[in-house]
Each structure stands twice: as structure tokens, then as C-alpha cells.
Write a protein that binds this ligand. Structure first.
Ligand SMILES: NC(=O)c1ccc[n+]([C@@H]2O[C@H](COP(=O)([O-])OP(=O)(O)OC[C@H]3O[C@@H](n4cnc5c(N)ncnc54)[C@H](OP(=O)(O)O)[C@@H]3O)[C@@H](O)[C@H]2O)c1
Length: 331
């Protein structure tokens, strides 16, 4: 759909409080700083010990960047007309601390309230790994280790189905599910709605051809994230991994079509029947990326890009590897 914007909110639920007067907001900021100095520092100690100071500082910076973005979006939203709402595809992820079925609807309703929406277009389970419920989105023990929870994701899925039945979401899906985990949902007795899509890491270095074939056979869309090789954030990505957009083969193909390697990487996914997410904070690049609809890669070039696959996962989520539901041990 040309001209449609796809927005994905990365924090669930949005940890923002609403205050009407500026002076109250200032007071809130000051109190938060004080509270964080007194309470949060000891809580982060374990994390610091494990991952080092830069991780914590980076995490705080990321959270404040997200908060600023949400505040700006909420301000704009007040001015949006209902007809504009129809051309924006809004999707949201269910965080790992909300997998218990009794928490799902409440999590969604809180987010809808803060976004000032009546419904969402898409609601997905972010990752099939459950974490301890509570106010902390990344609950950690005193050693800085994430605290796991065990939830039957079929029950989580039933709660997602109930959200759809209640008209709070148009479609429901999953993310980071492997084939076995998708089958677990698809084979659930009494399944009402199957996932419309599975959002997974997918790019020329991890082309997910087997998972793609399986999803197609079940009429589930595969949606690619890290399609441009990720933002290479030091907090999550091993910096020694090769930079996708610097790949010489991708570069040569890009030159041939007089396009950028980024556009070739995006176009590759579209031609495979994949929904592709691309993120940029740069206006020029956002505009450039929409040229993905303006050209076509030949079959031969598609095959050449297929040949770049090395099953390289940028976002390995190593912190979750010990969880019994960890998805990346099989395809
Ligand atoms: N479900 C999950 O577990 C999961 C995990 C990760 C991400 N995601 C989603 O995936 C979406 C995409 O993010 P991502 O992290 O996967 O990143 P990505 O789209 O692979 O890459 C984004 C990076 O590419 C750069 N870029 C964008 N357009 C470019 C162009 N034309 N030429 C050169 N560089 C370009 C951006 O830089 P500039 O900003 O400087 O332009 C940014 O650093 C996010 O919105 C996120 O919600 C989901």
C-alpha cells in the first residue's frame, strides 16, 4: 500500500506518566532523578558488574530517546484526524514479562490508553521467552541475570485471541518463533486464529529460507527485522560481525542497478514475499528506502544474493540462551 506508514512501538507498555502542568513535570523529573539515585543505582549494580558501566549508561540513553519520541508522537497524535488514522498501520509487541494470560489484555489496554487509540492493527508476542512479571521490563537477580518465568505460550495465545475478539486489535501474530514454536500454536486444540505473521531477523546473511518456506506453506507472513543488518548497537550486536551493507557482492549488484546496497537488501526481501521493516532516523534515507518499489532484481541477482547466506544472526539474544523456550537453537 503506497503512502502507508508502518509504526512499531518498541516499549510495551509505555512507561510514561501524564502530567498536565509543566511545573509538576519538572518536579516529577527531579523526584525521578532522586529516586533513581537512591533506589535504582543498587539495582543496576549486578548488571554493571556483568556488562560494565557503558551498558547501563547506554540503556538509560536509549530509554530516554524512546521516551522523547513517544512524547513527540503523542503531541502530534492529538492533531491527527480519524481519516489519517486509517493510513497508519500501528503495531505493538507484547513484552516477555506479560506472557501470563491474565496480564495480556491489561498490558494492551494500558498501551492503547497511552497511545490514545481504540484499537491496534497488529499485536505480536515479542519473543517466546517469558520473564518474571512485574514493573521491571528486564527483571534481574543480584548477579545481573535475567529472571525467567515459565508460561505455556498456548495460553498466552488464547489471551491474544480474546483481545482480537474484544476488538482491541485487528490482527495477532508472533515474533522470533522457530518452526517448532509456530507448530505448537498451530496445533493447539481449539485454535481460533492462527498467527498472521512471524517477525524474525532476516537479511542476506540470514535468509531464513527454511522458515520462510514453512511460513508460506501455512499462509503465515514472514516479516524481516534487521533487514539492513541492524543498527549495530554495541549493547546488543557483536561488533566483530561483518557489516551487511559493506558486502562487496551486494555493493556490485547495487552499482549495476544504480541503487544503494540498502535498497538492494530491502528489494531482495520484497521479491521473496517477505514484509520488510526498515528503520532510519535520517529523513533522506527514509525517503530513499521507499524507492524499494521502483525497481526489480533479476532472478540471477536474487540467486547471487541467496548465496550470501551464512546463517549469521546479529541479534543472538545471548542473555536468554539458558531459557527452555529460547528460540534460536533450532530453525
Ligand atoms: N521483533 C524483534 O525482536 C525485533 C528486533 C530488532 C528490531 N526489530 C524491529 O525492526 C525494526 C528495524 O530495526 P533494526 O534494528 O532491525 O534495524 P535495520 O532496519 O536493519 O537497520 C537500521 C540501520 O540502518 C541504517 N539505515 C537505514 N536506511 C539506510 C540506508 N538507506 N542506507 C544506509 N543505512 C541505512 C539506519 O541508520 P540511520 O538511522 O542513521 O539512518 C540504522 O542504523 C525496528 O523498528 C524494530 O522495531 C524487532
Amino acid at each position: 500500500m503506497m503512502g502507508t506508514k508502518f509504526l512499531q512501538w518498541d516499549l510495551v507498555p509505555i512507561p510514561l506518566m501524564q502530567f498536565k502542568k509543566v511545573n509538576v513535570r519538572r518536579l516529577q523529573r527531579w523526584l525521578l532523578k532522586l529516586a533513581s539515585a537512591i533506589l535504582m543505582e543498587p539495582l543496576y549494580m549486578g548488571l554493571r558488574r556483568r556488562l560494565g558501566e557503558p551498558f547501563t549508561r547506554r540503556l538509560q540513553m536509549e530509554q530516554s530517546k524512546e521516551r522523547t519520541y513517544f512524547t513527540q508522537e503523542r503531541k502530534k497524535r492529538k492533531k491527527r484526524t480519524s481519516s489519517e488514522r486509517t493510513v497508519v498501520f500501528e503495531s505493538l509487541q507484547l513484552g516477555s514479562t506479560f506472557h501470563r494470560p491474565e496480564l495480556v489484555r491489561n498490558c494492551l489496554e494500558q498501551s492503547l490508553k497511552k497511545l490514545k487509540f481504540d484499537y491496534l492493527d497488529l499485536f505480536i508476542i515479542h519473543i517466546p521467552v517469558s520473564l518474571k512479571p512485574g514493573p521491571d521490563l528486564s527483571p534481574m537477580d543480584e548477579n545481573g541475570k535475567l529472571i525467567f518465568d515459565i508460561v505455556d505460550l498456548r495460553q498466552t495465545w488464547e489471551a491474544m485471541e480474546a483481545c482480537k475478539d474484544a476488538g482491541l486489535v485487528k490482527s495477532i501474530g508472533v515474533s522470533n518463533f522457530n518452526r517448532r514454536q509456530l507448530e505448537m500454536i498451530l496445533n493447539k486444540p481449539g485454535l481460533k486464529y492462527k498467527p498472521v505473521l512471524n517477525q524474525v531477523e532476516c537479511h542476506p546473511y540470514l535468509n531464513q529460507s527454511k522458515l520462510l518456506a514453512f511460513c508460506k506453506s501455512k499462509d503465515i507472513l514472514l516479516e524481516a527485522y534487521c533487514a539492513l543488518g541492524s543498527q549495530r548497537d554495541k549493547m546488543w550486536i557483536d561488533q566483530s560481525t561483518p557489516v551487511l551493507l559493506e558486502d562487496p557482492v551486494l555493493g556490485a549488484i547495487a552499482k549495476k542497478y544504480n541503487r544503494s546496497p540498502a535498497l538492494v537488501a530491502l528489494r531482495y526481501q520484497l521479491q521473496r514475499g517477505i514484509v520488510v521493516l526498515f528503520k532510519s532516523f535520517t529523513r533522506k534515507r527514509i525517503e530513499e528506502n521507499f524507492q524499494v518499489f521502483d525497481f526489480q532484481l533479476s532472478e540471477e541477482d536474487m540467486k547471487t544474493i541467496d548465496g550470501l547466506n551464512k546463517n549469521l544472526r546479529y541479534l543472538s539474544l545471548i542473555q536468554l540462551v539458558d531459557h527452555p523456550q529460547f528460540p534460536f537453537k533450532d530453525e
